[in-house]
Write a protein that binds this ligand. Sequence first.
Ligand code: AMP
Length: 216
Amino acid sequence: MIIVLLGPPGAGKGTQAARIMESRNLVQLSTGDMLRAAVAAGTDVGNKAKEFMAAGKLVTDEIVIGIIADRIEEDDCRDGFLLDGFPRTIAQAEALGKLLNDKGLKVDAVIEMKVEDESLVDRIAGRYTCADCKRGYHDTYLKPQKAGVCDGCGSTDFTRRADDNRETVTARLATYHTQTAPLLPFYEAQGVLRTIDGMVGIDDVTIQINNVLSAL
Ligand code: AMP
């Protein structure tokens, strides 16, 4: 099964992807995570991507398509995967279609997580991640059961993303509307778009996603 999670920054794609990954045994492919790892490691790709990410702009199609093309060749992608943050432009969606077509595969569903812009800045500004197992949390909406201790691995080390600040979020939202939102009619025309309400609680979003996946 090949699933795309689509939605603005802060819609909850990463949170839901982690849950689906566990319950459906699908690999989560997050281009954002891969790019952050490349930046941290100081690779060529990371050095090229860094400025774009800090400005809330998209990294070039060429870079992210190359990353995904390599990644989906790996063994763990054989039974399907869940794309989180890719594609983000029509050119990326077309390239993905071609990569999959060459393997006799296709995107089974694109799940749009619909969230109002007004709620996104608060969602993003409050989020943080376990530095060890990468589990995501939020100052208000998703706290660890024991304050300061990760539920997943017990670590007490947490990080916040450099681009999760109010100025960059505004730029990322604008980028979403101009460059990524055109994917909605693109996938609707292919009959694979499923829209869910991303404004409800985290568990209720998961239920809606599971309903979509069960119906496939
Ligand atoms: P994310 O973690 O998905 O919010 O991505 C963080 C940043 O990485 C974005 O603001 C972009 O700068 C970059 N990025 C992630 N995925 C893509 C993509 N598919 N195309 C271009 N840039 C991306």
